[in-house]
Design a protein around this ligand. Sequence first.
Ligand code: KG4
Ligand code: ZN
Length: 351
Amino acid sequence: MLTLGIESSCDETAAAVVHGDRDVRSSIVATQHELHVPYAGVVPEIASRRHLECITPVIDEALRTAGVTFDDLNAIAVGHAPGLIGSLLIGVSAAKALAWSLDVPLMGVHHLLAHLHAPALDNEPIQYPAIGLLASGGHTTLTLQHEPMHATVLGQTIDDAVGEAFDKAGTLLGAGYPGGPAIERLAQRGREDAIRLPIARIRGDSLDFSFAGLKTALLYAARGTPVGRGREARFPRDVDSLSDDMRADLAASFQWTAVQSLIRQVDAAMEQHEAQSLIGGGGVLCNTRLRQELEQLAQRHQVDLRIAAPKYCVDNAAMIAGLGHIACAQGHHSDLTLQARARLNLDAQGC
Ligand code: KG4
Ligand code: ZN
């Protein structure tokens, strides 16, 4: 049973061929990060235009690498929500056209659920129930899952996503974009305890996250407390005036605080809920420091830690194809009325 997965929700055009739900035969990802560097963030119009150029060659490459042809495919799965609407439309339209012309089932897949299936790719099945940590550029979400297709949201960010905070920190410290890998590199030379930054305290036993305060605290730590108010506010110094050591210390302290903010809530979720596994997906799970802390946490709670391989942490289509296969095997499928949706509640719908 071969599924072609298609993913185009943000700034990666991806296609993959997966046998069953875990055996990845090919996974092709065309990233367009460099197009967005001058803007230090993804520009939706630029992203969708590039998807349009890349989608056909990327699908062809996925088939070629897997050594199959269109006729060998048994189903088409596509990430249809959530994401940038113009970008999603490219993948969804391509998937519909292929499913119709090949006369095979079409499956719309929730991008976030797919991230939480990614740890199973090229690997053993995940044991459920599982606590899931999804941390990416657009989302920071804690889930409780009894199976791959459905998740209960335990907590989510009330402001910035953690990846977004890394991206802004990267720009602020002149480390580059995307900020996650750039901050991680810079942090290697810095001291984690050099600067005290705040971990947000959310009321009661809430499992929500907040990163806006951390971002502002980093800005003030780097440039000093602003003088004046509103548009008149002026920072006492520029980041250019900081020494390399100071920038590295700021990066390391920021990374430590962001990681602890995540770990604290994952720990609380594991106290509150019985789980056999702790699963992690999304670009921020590439972070080595976060992976180390999650390992310790999983050991302490005696659960199986399942973090996606770095190539499956970032946006890819293998996770879409794998979860799409599970949905099809359970008798679900979409039809040609499948809509791309910028937002879709994780609790409300599986695939
Ligand atoms: O999952 P992903 O590829 O795309 C979204 O769906 O958002 O995640 C991209 C995010 C970016 O914010 C990027 O800065 C962050 O993941 N990221 C990292 C690392 N690698 C990527 N954050 C921290 N440390 C990293 N090593
Ligand atoms: Zn993603």
